[in-house]
Write a protein that binds this ligand. Sequence first.
Ligand code: UDP
Length: 329
Amino acid sequence: MSVLVLGGAGYIGSHTVYELIDKGEEVIIADNLQTGYMKAVHPKAKFYKGDIRDKEFLDSLFQKEKPEAVIHFAANSLVGESMVDPLKYYDNNLYGTMVLLKSMVENKIGKIVFSSTAATYGEPENIPILETDKTEPSNTYGETKLAMEKLFKWVAQAHGIKYVSLRYFNACGAHKSGNIGEAHNPETHLIPLILQVPNNKRPEIKIFGDDYDTPDGTCIRDYIHVTDLANAHILAIEYLKKGSQNNIFNLGNGTGFSVKQVIDISRKVTNHSIPAVICPRRAGDPAKLIASSEKAKTVLKWQPIYTDLETIIESAWRWHKNHPDGYEN
Ligand code: UDP
C-alpha cells in the first residue's frame, strides 16, 4: 500500500512515517516545512514540499502518486498562538482541510486518518473522558479541530470518503533510534521545556499554577508516547481498509500525572535537580485531562507499549540530550 502523509516532517508525522516504513509500506510525504524539518524526513520516504492550501499541488500529487490512503497531520497546534492568531488556525487547519477534501473528492481518494485533539472537549465533565462526552473547546486550536471533524462528517456523508479522527492527549517521547524527536520553535510543551534545564538551555521550569483542584494543585495530563500514537494511525488505516465505519477515537494512556509529578520523574531520569518556580495559571488550561482509550483498544486493537512515564521521559531525554537544539545546528 502507498500512504500519503501530509505533515510527515513534523513531530507525530515523522514518527508515523518511521513506523510505516518499518512495516514495509511505501510512504509519500508532503510538508510545507513551516514547522516541520527536512532532517525529520525518513530517507526512504518520497518527499514533496508543498502546502495543503495549494489545490494544484494536491491535485498533481494525487494524480501522480495515487495513494491508497492519506494521513493528515498538516496543521498548526499551539494553543497559546491560536488564541492570539485565530485566523492563522482557521486558515491552515480548517481551510487547508477543505482544500484537501475537495482535491480528494475530485481525485477519488477514499480513505483518510487525521489528527484531532483532547482540546475538542474543553473543560471535561467526566474523567476519564469518553468520545461521546460533550465537546466545548476552550481555545481556537481545539475549535478548529472540532470544525474539521464536522467537515469530515458531512463530506463523508455526501461523497463517501471514509475517515478516522484520532483525538490525541499529551504526545511526548521520541523514537527509539534517537534520530527523531520533539522539536518546536518556540517550544511550549512541558516535557521538552523541563529537559531544557538539565541541557543548560534554561535555569528553571515554570509551573503554571499550583492552585488547581488536584491533589498537589498542579494540572493533570495523560501523557502518551509518540510511537504509540503513530501505531494507532496504521491500525486506523487497516480498520478503514476492512470497510469499517467512520469513527473517532481517543488516544491516551488512561493515567494522569501532575506537572509536579512529571518534573519529579524528569529529575530521576536526568539525575539533575531541575529547579521549579510557581507561576500564574496559563489561560485556557483545564485542571485535569485523562482519556478513556477503551474504544481504540477494543475496536482498533490498539495497545500502547510505553505505559510507564519514566520510560517515556527516558526516550525524550535520549533525544534532547543529543539534540539540544532539536534539528537546528
Ligand atoms: N506547563 C507548565 N509549565 C510549562 C509548560 C506547561 O506548568 O512551562 C503545564 C501546562 O499548564 C499544562 C501541562 O504543563 O498543565 C501540559 O502542558 P503542555 O503545553 O505540554 O500540553 P497541553 O496540555 O497544553 O496540551
